[in-house]
Structures are given as structure tokens and as C-alpha cells.
Design a protein around this ligand. Sequence first.
Ligand code: IMP
Ligand code: MG
Length: 180
Amino acid sequence: MKGREGEHLKILLRHGAIQKRVRGVAKEIARDFRGERVHLIGVLKGACIFLSDLVREMDLETSIDFMAVASYGKGKETSGQVRLNKDLDSSIEGLNVVLVEDILDTGLTLSYLCRVLQQRKPKILKIAALLDKPSRRIQDIKADYVGFTIPNEFVVGYGLDYGERYRNLKDVCVLTLPPE
Ligand code: IMP
Ligand code: MG
């Protein structure tokens, strides 16, 4: 797919490699929770594609729910503020929860969500992030399951967007914008 108006897309992670790694992450989770039920919570909208591939690779009893937060707005830079736009449908008290996120960047979103979710007394709370950009971290937070560690580049595809576009790309691509 071509980028819009001089926006340039360069493949960073191919669909096949993503699928393979998602199976690996699903195996890691299944191994850690063998014989138990896992409640996956997807962070909308970015994580929806990762979550839907991940849950289908998991050989466990599962349930899913979603939360929506806003942190990035329309551009590339984080606002530093996180707002809860959609809460969970049901209680997570006593559940094995895996919070599923598209990308761990500054860590502001996930540390906010973990604080909110811990107050609701899950049995355990783990984090699965498809992508991790450790060089950007502001909040000291680590994912328990990481698909790929990537350099400090703005990426789109496989659920990740730029101004709501490019979520449908099968590959994860680095996006470069035309000079202003
Ligand atoms: P954090 O709060 O800075 O860790 O950022 C988390 C959110 O910012 C992610 O859920 C994404 O929605 C967005 N984000 C961070 N980096 C990227 C990127 O490279 N491409 C697209 N969205 C990103
Ligand atoms: Mg997101």
C-alpha cells in the first residue's frame, strides 16, 4: 500500500513474522497459565488486531473485554495525559488478567491502566505488548510478554494508526512524513 500525500511506508515487520511471533506469545501465556482461565483485556483501538490473532492461538479457556483510552490525539506526539473513554463490561476481581496493548512507548498509558485495574483486585495482572520501544520510556514499566522490541521510529499497521489511518496494513511499517 502507498502512503498518502508523500507519506512514506517502509516495512519493518512482515505479516508472516508477526503471525509466527504472535503464536509464540500465545504459547508463553498458555504455559504460564496452564489449566486456568485467562481474561484478555484489549486496549482499543490499536490492540484489536493483535488481540484477535492472539486469542485464536491460545490453547486455554479465555474470555475477552476491551477498554478505550485516548493519549495520542491525532498526531505522533503523546499528550502525556490519558483519558478513559470506555470502561470494562464486567468485574475482573479474582481473574487472571492479561492486558493486551499494541505498543509500549512512553509507558504512560499502560501505567495508568495498570493502576486502574489493580484497584479492582484481579488475581494476577500481566501485560502483553506486540511492540516495545524501550528507548522512549518515561514511566518505569515492563511488559511480561513482548512481541518485538523496535527502535524509536513511528510505526503503523497491524492495528497501529496515524490519524486513524493504516490500521488495516498487514505488515508493521515505519511511517515517514513529508517535510512541512
Ligand atoms: P504510551 O502511553 O506512550 O506508552 O503510548 C501508548 C500509545 O501511543 C499506544 O497505544 C499507541 O496508540 C500510541 N503509539 C505509541 N507509539 C506509536 C507508534 O509508533 N505508532 C502508532 N501509535 C503509537
Ligand atoms: Mg493504542
